[in-house]
Design a protein around this ligand. Structure first.
Ligand code: ADP
Length: 380
């Protein structure tokens, strides 16, 4: 019985109401039993003397009858209290237990993998006017939406990784089959593509590891006042040789009076390397890539502008989504996986900055802008 009660909120409510009324009635009954006779005697004292002289039995009969009348009304009160407790507990438990049960069944469905299930919440009721149960339902739905989103991301990630690995693995397998069947000679021309594809897979694994570390926030930023000129010069120096090899012109223009920015030099260097590397990648021979910087309020805006293939308007905001590539079919010798800009966005936002892309359209080049917070000057 106690186990049954422990598991049922509706019955718990009913018994708690019933016990409260029962205690009230017991107290009342005890008062009738022990206090009422003396009070009766006190108040009827004068009348009793008259009545006792008339008939000694009459006073006792009067008390007994009065007691019976009170007990009868107490019995009726118990019945009425029982019914009232039953009705009130049914109404209240409907209001409390039903939504809780609904949440229970929805959470079970979610646990079974139906992530799109939601609890019905009163429509058009502002948060401030909701009771605790309605607020619980809203929070529950928010949690379910987050779970659904995480699950979708997880599935997409597995699909994307599988897709990214399939191409290099198929190429490696084809080369190895040729070698095994002795159709291909065991020379450097055969091994070169094998090396290229394993290199591509290694980059992908490295990018994925980096992305997972950055997305989970498990990286430290060593923020220091840094010169923008130094950031730009380091990037230019690291990529100059590759630009010369491809025949793309690389130039920079950073005003010497720019304030210092508060950044992790290594991380922002990584972002710039990615942006300038992409600019080189998507700019044909004879094109130009330019790095510029200027102050805008409490920020420095760093721009990487190229005269390359450009980006159509519908892709501009999507290229920061992981694995997104404008032209999926285009094979990149370096093996781009579409993760670079996602990592760059996370890193820039971790510094309190923003990153976005602009382009006048395919064939008109692109500009990537990164904003970085300047070192705040102490008030003079
Ligand atoms: P990837 O490794 O494929 O370059 P990114 O995340 O760095 O991945 O870039 C995502 C996509 O954005 C690229 O595949 C490309 O389609 C587009 N993109 C990035 N930079 C440029 C650019 N400078 N010009 C044109 N398209 C670009």
């Amino acid at each position: 019985m106690s186990a049954f009660l422990r598991r049922r909120l509706g019955w718990k409510l009913f018994f708690s109401y019933f016990i409260v009324t029962l205690v009230g009635i017991v107290v009342l009954a005890s008062a009738v039993e022990y206090i009422m006779p003396s009070a009766f005697e006190r108040h009827m004292a004068t009348m009793a003397t008259t009545m006792a002289s008339a008939s000694p039995q009459l006073a006792d009969d009067l008390l007994a009858n009065f007691r019976r009348a009170v007990n009868e009304s107490l019995m009726l009160s118990v019945l009425a209290a029982f019914l009232a407790a039953l009705i009130v507990s049914v109404i209240i438990s409907r209001q409390i237990v039903t939504p809780v049960r609904r949440m229970m069944s929805v959470s079970q469905r979610i646990a079974e993998g139906h992530y799109n299930e939601r609890v019905a919440v009163p429509a058009d009721v502002p948060w401030g006017d909701m009771d605790e149960l309605a607020r619980l339902a809203v929070s529950f739905n928010q949690m379910a939406a987050r779970l659904e989103q995480t699950e979708t991301t997880r599935r997409e990630l597995i699909g994307n990784v599988a897709h990214e690995l399939r191409t290099p693995l198929a190429a490696i397998r084809a080369q190895l089959e040729g070698l095994l069947d002795e159709v291909l000679p065991a020379d450097s021309a055969t091994f070169q593509p094998l090396y290229r594809e394993t290199d591509r897979m290694q980059r992908l694994v490295h990018d994925l590891q980096e992305l997972s570390r950055i997305e989970s926030g498990s990286f430290d930023l060593n923020l220091r006042p840094t010169s923008v000129t130094q950031l730009v010069d380091t990037t230019v120096a690291r990529l100059r040789h590759q630009f010369e090899e491809k025949g793309v012109q690389l130039s920079s223009d950073v005003p010497s009076n720019l304030p210092l920015v508060r950044v992790d030099e290594g991380r922002i260097g990584q972002v710039l390397l990615n942006l300038v590397g992409n600019a080189l990648q998507y700019t044909p021979e004879g094109g130009q890539v330019r790095l510029t910087a200027c102050r805008q309020g409490a920020e420095v805006h760093l721009r990487v502008t190229d005269t390359g293939i450009g980006i159509a308007a519908e892709h501009l905001s999507l290229i920061f989504t992981r694995f997104y590539r404008v032209d999926r079919s285009r094979s990149r010798p370096g093996g781009g996986s579409g993760i670079g800009l996602t990592i760059a966005q996370h890193l820039v936002e971790a510094h309190g900055g923003r990153i976005w892309a602009e382009s006048a359209g395919p064939g008109y080049g692109s500009t990537f802008t990164v904003t970085l917070p300047i070192v705040s000057q102490p008030p003079t």
